[in-house]
Design a protein around this ligand. Structure first.
Ligand SMILES: *[C@@H]1O[C@H](CO)[C@@H](O)[C@H](O)[C@H]1NC(C)=O
Ligand SMILES: *[C@@H]1O[C@H](CO)[C@@H](O)[C@H](O)[C@H]1NC(C)=O
Ligand SMILES: *[C@@H]1O[C@H](CO)[C@@H](O)[C@H](O)[C@H]1NC(C)=O
Ligand SMILES: *[C@@H]1O[C@H](CO)[C@@H](O)[C@H](O)[C@H]1NC(C)=O
Ligand SMILES: *[C@@H]1O[C@H](CO)[C@@H](O)[C@H](O)[C@H]1NC(C)=O
Ligand SMILES: *[C@@H]1O[C@H](CO)[C@@H](O)[C@H](O)[C@H]1NC(C)=O
Length: 476
């Protein structure tokens, strides 16, 4: 028994091939080991749309390993390094999916809220929805995801403030939920996981929302009610637009002095369709990267709103859409050395002090006194959630996609994931999916290598795989 435990421990050490956790320094995401800047090349991931969240039947977008394997293989070829998942259940096991995305170098941005009653702050009635039971659920989401190294951040809210009336009532609650989540994480997670907000790109409220949430009441960045990052859902670049026509220039001048990372938590206007994604080289080019940290394309799967990169049939077969090929072409043209391989600048920025003078729009809340934590929730912050669903990495042994996947040209693709060494995040592969020869070997993506030798780490992978086989024999 003792030997088996030792074997298991050794195995765990070997299979914990992992992306390096990211940290925030000033207005940048930074790889905690290499010190290089990280920019998000992401996609929103919610197959099935909101209806893909079915906690009563144990389903959410990260509950089925076979589905995640298929989608992770396609995202790896595409070149994304992050997904955003909107609705997750804290009571479902996400180990397989999280481990697959980790193995291919893809980070996860997770919304702590969900669509059913009691699972979010109600825009029309924030006071009665800010309860211990609501907060307990958000803490349970933290428990479910805190131990995955590829958990990048949590969103405390998404577009809860979307006009001046909601700007009058909601902001103190967003700071309150941020505070409670950050206090929970500080007490119950071995690493610090950032918490932020995803805003609607509404001119009247965007800048006030950013200032209300980024400012500090303690004079430094120790104020837990202050967001660690700020994101916005932007659809202002449509078709063959420009930095000026899309108003991206206004965003850059507005956010120039940001004290936290800023990025697009959604982008990709779908008119005209199919999309050509000419915003990509601008978003990752010299006009925007000094201020912004990339963004996530809305969205991976085709749903009724018509923003998909791929179409998924109910039997699990999948076809790439032209948008996938177009985005892949744009990603392939990026200079990844400039985007991911550089040292971070702007690593210490002093946050503004909260002051009613920061708020410009008349009617937007300018009072920084926020609601107290409900007493029942304070007990949970002190003692932890009474739930045992704490996620952990598991070995990824199956790498071959079983579903039928076709390129835009109708050709069936032979798809696998390539497990990356443990210091790598995914990068564009330089290949084109629908026209390239479809063999497994050609699907190996190029990865950003750092100081560690990729070859050594790949040996560790096979060693871990051997160990899995060996252990299986022992246990049989
Ligand atoms: C970051 O640093 C660059 C280069 O010094 C500067 O141009 C830019 O304004 C800074 N951005 C922020 C958000 O401080
Ligand atoms: C799966 O569904 C797609 C789309 O409806 C269809 O074209 C395909 O033949 C189906 N595949 C199988 C194996 O049933
Ligand atoms: C890519 O960016 C790096 C770092 O900024 C630069 O040295 C290199 O010349 C660029 N490569 C190309 C092909 O532009
Ligand atoms: C808010 O800003 C005004 C104008 O800059 C300043 O006079 C005032 O002292 C500030 N209030 C606080 C509480 O810092
Ligand atoms: C700010 O809000 C708090 C809590 O709602 C309230 O007690 C206080 O009077 C408000 N301050 C001002 C200046 O309106
Ligand atoms: C908190 O959430 C967990 C996980 O869903 C659940 O097991 C537990 O009963 C909840 N506790 C309270 C006090 O609501």
């Amino acid at each position: 028994m003792f030997t088996q435990t030792l074997a298991l421990l050794a195995l765990y050490a070997h299979t914990a091939l992992a992306v390096q956790p990211l940290v925030i320094q000033g207005s940048n995401f930074v790889n905690s080991v290499t010190g290089n800047r990280y920019q998000i090349l992401g996609v929103a991931y919610q197959p099935g749309g909101e209806a893909g969240y079915k906690p009563q039947s144990g389903e959410d977008p990260l509950s089925n390993g076979d589905v995640c394997l298929r989608d992770a293989a396609l995202m790896q070829r595409l070149g994304v390094n992050a997904i955003r998942v909107y609705n997750v259940s804290p009571d479902i096991n996400h180990d397989e999916c999280a481990s697959i995305f980790n193995a291919v170098g893809i980070y996860m941005l997770l919304d702590v809220n969900a669509p059913f009653s009691g699972e979010s702050i109600n825009r029309g009635d924030p006071e009665s929805s800010y309860t211990a039971s609501y907060l307990n659920r958000t803490f349970a989401v933290v428990e479910a995801f805190k131990n995955y190294p590829n958990t990048l951040l949590f969103f405390a809210g998404n577009e809860v403030i979307n006009d001046v009336p909601t700007g009058a009532n909601i902001p103190p609650y967003m700071r309150a939920v941020t505070r409670d989540l950050k206090n929970y994480i500080a007490k119950h997670s071995t690493r610090s996981i950032p918490v932020g907000y995803s805003a609607a790109d509404v001119r009247d409220t965007l800048i006030d929302t950013w200032n209300y949430l980024q400012c500090t009441t303690t004079g430094d960045d120790s104020d837990p009610s202050r967001v660690d990052l700020f994101a916005l859902n932007s659809y202002s670049w449509c078709g063959d637009s420009t930095f000026q026509t899309s108003s991206y220039d206004t965003l850059i001048s507005d956010f120039q002095s940001t004290s936290v990372p800023v990025f697009f938590s959604e982008y990709g206007c779908n008119k005209p369709s199919p999309r050509i994604f000419t915003e990509v080289p601008v978003l990752y080019g010299p006009l925007m990267t000094p201020v912004m940290s990339g963004g996530l394309v809305y969205e991976f799967s085709q749903e009724t709103s018509n923003y998909g990169l791929v179409s998924i049939a109910s039997n699990g077969s999948l076809q790439l859409r032209q948008d996938y090929d177009a985005l892949q072409g744009q990603y392939n043209s990026l200079n990844l050395t400039a985007i991911q391989g550089s040292r971070a600048e702007n690593t210490s920025v002093t946050p503004p002090t909260c002051n009613s003078t920061l708020i410009l729009e008349s009617g937007f809340n300018n009072n920084f006194t926020i609601p107290e934590t409900p007493s029942g929730a304070q007990d949970i912050i002190n003692n932890g959630v009474s739930s045992s669903n704490v996620g952990k990495l598991v070995p990824v042994t199956n790498t071959k996609v079983s579903q039928v996947v076709q390129g835009t040209n109708g050709q069936t693709m032979d798809l696998s994931i390539t497990v990356l060494a443990d210091d790598q995040s995914n990068t564009p592969s330089g290949q084109t999916s629908s026209t390239a020869p479809t063999t497994t070997t050609s699907s190996a993506p190029a990865a950003t290598t750092s100081k560690k030798s990729g070859a050594t780490n790949l040996k560790i992978t096979s060693c871990a795989l051997l160990a899995v086989g060996f252990l299986a024999v022992i246990l049989l």
